[in-house]
Design a protein around this ligand. Structure first.
Ligand code: ADP
Ligand code: ZN
Length: 423
């Protein structure tokens, strides 16, 4: 069936636009009336809610950023009384002071609905078994997968993070069909299976992975090693957590953004101006159905582009964006060429004998970046092999340093793939 709410998931472009126009006007009036930060930002630009009549007027509105959340920590961005709140989540702090989001009961349901659509889109039906491996706590991953699974009627094995032997055992013992994970945790599971000569987990068919970039070659390696189909799920703390801003469908032709819940824009990171569809830029999200902390033109710092607003082979019309290219802050300049870590990862993992763990070390002096790739390899693969392939694939090469398996630093949760150092 692959749909959780077929009617809403297959709305026509005109119907989606009508819903977005209506909900945008309501949301703007709502934040203006209920939150001092939003009101002040609009007043500074001389905008009143009545100025926003349709999607075309969205570009007049000021942006918000992670900084606004930090400046108004803990609940300054909130539009409801604290007594209406039911849950909070916090960003993993990959990039500085954590960002807090809060949920009313309505927001929890909104999250669960977005996630339930993702599950159905991945092919999960009520009664199917899901193992949830992201941590349960302030990180939104564990609970996001959980709320959605409860809403869709899945049987949940809520393992949370860590204890890989037990994860694999439970997958086998309970005939788990799908698991949700931070991308690099899927790598850890594969590593453990290799170390213990476990060839397959026969019941496993589906992996729903997100929170980190994830190149096509990484994806192929994971799919081949586990014999599963993977889905790339996107979301961030500020938009309401995992799955809120969508996932790729079985056609794997981009991430469908749930457009009855969110408006997606792509802007030039320098000027803040909208770019044409197809052009790369910074993703900007506006939420249309959140109650505690709606986001209005949230700059994500994530690079992507609009792929299509037309109907997809899966039947959905909800706009497709490209899988995330990377964080703008992580873009490197190597020998005068702009490159994202994901492009390096893609080329790196094509090399026979290169394992799945790597770090990109960036040493900076007087604005000049000196980049070295640290990568785990099988015996016989040398730094020279790595550099030669990267040069062929990318046209230039950072330095390549090779390490034996299981020797590079690992985190629980998101991995630190790019390490910035002062020289
Ligand atoms: P942070 O990691 O910034 O502290 P979050 O835990 O809220 O905060 O994670 C959101 C960020 O994680 C996104 O802005 C994006 O950079 C990254 N991310 C989430 N899902 C994906 C995905 N599917 N592909 C690539 N990057 C992702
Ligand atoms: Zn589709």
């Amino acid at each position: 069936m692959n749909f959780f709410q077929k009617e809403l998931e297959t709305l026509s472009r005109d119907a989606l636009t009508a819903i977005q126009n209506e909900r945008l006007k309501k949301t703007i009036a709502y934040v203006y009336a209920n939150n001092q930060v939003y009101r002040q930002k609009m007043q500074e630009k001389g905008i009143v809610p009545e100025d926003i009549r349709s999607l075309d007027d969205l570009k007049q509105l000021p942006f918000i950023t992670k900084e606004d959340f930090r400046n108004h920590y803990p609940l300054g961005m909130c539009c409801v009384e604290k007594s209406s709140l039911r849950e909070i989540h916090m960003s993993s702090g990959s990039t500085g002071i954590p960002v807090v989001n809060a949920y009313t009961d309505h927001d929890r349901k909104q999250w669960a609905e977005c996630m339930a659509r993702c599950y159905a889109m991945a092919g999960l039906e009520p009664g199917d078994t899901i193992q949830i491996t992201p941590s349960f706590g302030l990180f939104n991953g564990g609970f996001g997968f959980f709320h959605g699974a409860a809403h869709h009627g899945l049987f949940v094995i809520p393992t949370g993070a860590g204890n890989t032997p037990r994860q694999v055992r439970l997958m086998n013992d309970f005939g788990v069909k799908a698991f949700g994970a931070v991308v690099s945790y899927a790598l850890r599971i594969i590593e453990y299976m290799e170390e213990n000569a476990i060839e397959t987990i026969p019941s496993l068919k589906i992996g729903i992975f997100g929170a980190e970039i994830f190149s096509d070659s990484m994806r192929q390696k994971i799919e081949a090693a586990l014999g599963i189909e993977t889905f790339d799920i996107f979301g961030m703390t500020e938009t309401g957590g995992v799955g809120t801003t969508g996932m790729d469908c079985p056609d794997h032709s981009g991430i469908h953004v749930w457009e009855d819940h969110y408006i997606v824009e792509v802007v030039d990171p320098e000027t803040g101006e909208l770019v044409e569809d197809g052009q790369e830029g910074e993703l900007v999200f506006t939420s249309l159905t959140r109650e505690a902390i709606p986001v209005i033109r949230l700059r994500t710092s994530d690079a992507s582009r609009i792929l299509s607003r037309e109907q997809c082979a899966c039947g959905r019309i909800h706009t497709r964006i490209d899988r995330i290219k990377g964080r703008l802050d992580d873009m490197l300049i190597i020998k005068g060429v702009n490159v994202y870590p994901k492009e390096i990862e893609h080329a790196l993992l094509e090399i026979p004998g290169v394992r799945n763990h790597y770090q990109i070390i960036v040493e900076e002096e007087d604005g000049i970046q000196d980049v070295t790739v640290h990568v785990e390899v099988e015996p016989g693969v040398t730094g020279f092999t790595v550099e030669k392939h990267l040069k062929e694939a990318l046209g230039f090469s950072p330095k390549g340093d090779v390490f034996p398996p299981n020797t590079l630093p690992r985190n629980e949760g998101k991995q630190q793939r790019v390490v910035f150092k002062k020289k």
